[in-house]
Design a binder for this molecule. Structure first.
Ligand SMILES: [Zn+2]
Length: 509
């Protein structure tokens, strides 16, 4: 394996230097002297660009994103007509009776902000079942053909929305949506291709590793694709894998934890859900929604059920990551996790999203060493959140700075495909917050740490920038030190080095 010399960069400590990587490791760091290119080595001229520890997305769904790339993309549709046009074009491409799948609609962007129903799409295709996930992934719209195909006509309960006449509207929530999606056909060939297309994009964006959330619907196929990746040292991304609790039996039975325990692909933990999303008003709140006074959201499990699940996963040696968005859900998650963390939380259990976190819960997280994986772009996207929560409660949304100052270890991510995969966009959002609760804005150093130090730590990857340690780096096209967020947002990635090899590079000599 030949080496790579990154020449003339701004090192992570802000000083000028060069770095030579060989055999997957940092072989030499030059600070004063001009390096010569070792024979056979690849040269990357940095022209002063910042070389930072490899960026990591600490919560994303690459299989879903890959699937989205080849399904009907409903993101950005601002009315029903636009949604219908995109579904129609999907129907044209589908074979007779094939599923038409779409993702990313958001009724908050529609005039009147009314939820769509199956009556709005039934005339587009009587024979193709259609399933369209809302941008949050917690609510979906099914057409009548899909309801029939899945045999849902007689289903009842809050997860199957019915109108005043008692008819299913086509809107399904939470586990009802998950059940519907699990019935969709999946092949490992398609999933592999999906993952490859996401890998290429991620490397261009400067990402060296993904904390990959495996879906409850397709874990068998997704895990088999991940297990088949022999990406050690090949320049492909690293995967830190989180499986749904439903998959635990499968993982144990197939011995997947020992098969997927390397530096390239590793099963780290178990993902557990406690609630839904604010957008869908299914996030569990201590007090009702300001704009829906009869509704406080939904907890998916009783406290005792979550306790059992957390205890079982913890004692089996898994890191437990708990999806919790509303303050009631965060409270429940903190309650269950704190039973197993001790004071130091050696398994690094963490809360995913941690959206509405009042001060008492920030303090409890810090006390028990409970970590969080947050998505800064939610702050700028959820510009309707104050209506859901009221101005006062909205001040406790995404309190990144308060959590850091209390000592909570934070990592950044995109929740892609919910938000764009770009870590730089996430850093920008963490610094600017679209103006909401500006006191919670992070500095550039803190924002960068979310996607590097924090994310490495939250995924059990020890960051050490010494000779002999793992050579995962992101090289920006300029020196980002002290850069204004507006400029940072536009900064380019010159190279992404994974295990000392360029997974992506412009200007390699
Ligand atoms: Zn997610």
């Amino acid at each position: 394996m030949s080496g790579v010399l990154v020449r003339g960069c701004t090192l992570w400590d802000g000083t000028p230097g060069s770095v030579y990587c060989e055999g997957g490791k940092i072989a030499r760091i030059y600070r004063e002297e001009e390096p010569d290119l070792p024979p056979g080595a690849e040269l990357i001229e940095a022209n002063g660009g910042s070389l930072v520890p490899g960026l990591v997305d600490s919560h994303c769904h690459p299989f879903e994103y890959g699937w989205l790339k080849r399904s009907v993309d409903l993101r950005g549709t601002s009315n029903l007509t636009a949604l219908r046009m995109r579904v129609s074009s999907g129907v044209l491409k589908a074979g007779p009776g094939d599923w038409v799948v779409g993702m990313g609609w958001d009724q908050e962007a529609f005039p009147g902000r009314t939820m769509p129903g199956r009556a709005d799409i039934d005339d587009l295709t009587p024979s193709n079942p259609v399933a369209l996930s809302r941008v949050c992934g917690h609510i979906g719209l099914l057409n009548t053909a899909a309801i029939r195909r899945l045999g849902l006509e007689s289903k009842s309960g809050p997860e199957y929305e019915r109108d005043a006449a008692g008819e299913l509207t086509g809107i399904v929530k939470e586990t009802a949506l998950a059940d519907a999606l699990s019935a969709l056909p999946r092949t490992t060939e398609k999933l592999s291709a999906d993952l490859l297309s996401v890998e290429a994009e991620a490397a261009k964006l400067g990402l060296t590793a993904l904390h990959c959330i495996v879906s409850p619907e397709g874990f068998r196929e997704e895990l088999s694709v991940l297990a088949g990746l022999e990406s050690e040292g090949s320049g492909s991304l690293r995967y830190r894998v989180y499986v749904p609790s439903e998959a635990l039996g499968f993982v144990e039975e197939k011995g997947l934890r020992s098969k997927m325990s390397g530096d390239a692909v590793r099963i780290n933990g178990v993902k557990v859900f406690t609630d839904g999303s604010l957008g869908a008003r299914t996030a569990a709140l201590r007090e009702p929604y300001a704009d829906d006074p009869g509704n406080s959201g939904l907890l998916r499990m009783k406290d005792s059920e979550l306790d059992d699940l957390v205890e079982r996963a913890d004692s089996a040696g898994y890191q437990v990551i708990v999806h919790a968005i509303g303050d009631r859900a965060v409270e429940q998650a903190v309650g269950s996790l704190s039973r197993v963390t001790g004071a130091r939380n050696p398994r690094r259990h963490r809360i995913e999203h941690a959206s509405l976190v009042p001060r008492d819960l920030v303090a409890k997280m810090a006390k028990h060493g409970i970590r969080a994986a947050v998505q800064p772009c939610f702050v700028t996207s959820d510009n309707w959140a104050a209506e859901r929560l009221g101005e006062e409660r909205a001040r406790d949304l995404y309190p990144f700075r308060s959590m850091l100052e209390a000592g909570v270890v934070l990592s950044g991510g995109s929740d892609s495909p919910v938000e764009p995969l770009s870590p730089v966009l996430g850093m920008w959002a963490a610094m600017t917050r679209g103006g909401s609760s500006p006191g919670e804005s992070l500095t550039l150093e803190q924002a960068l740490a979310l996607y590097s130090t924090g994310a490495w730590s939250n995924g059990f990857d020890e960051l050490s920038l010494k000779v002999g340690s793992r050579a995962d780096f992101t090289l920006f096209d300029s020196d980002i030190g002290g850069m204004h967020p507006a400029l940072l947002r536009k900064v380019g990635v010159l190279a992404t080095l994974i295990g000392g090899e360029a997974a992506h590079s412009f200007g390699a000599g």
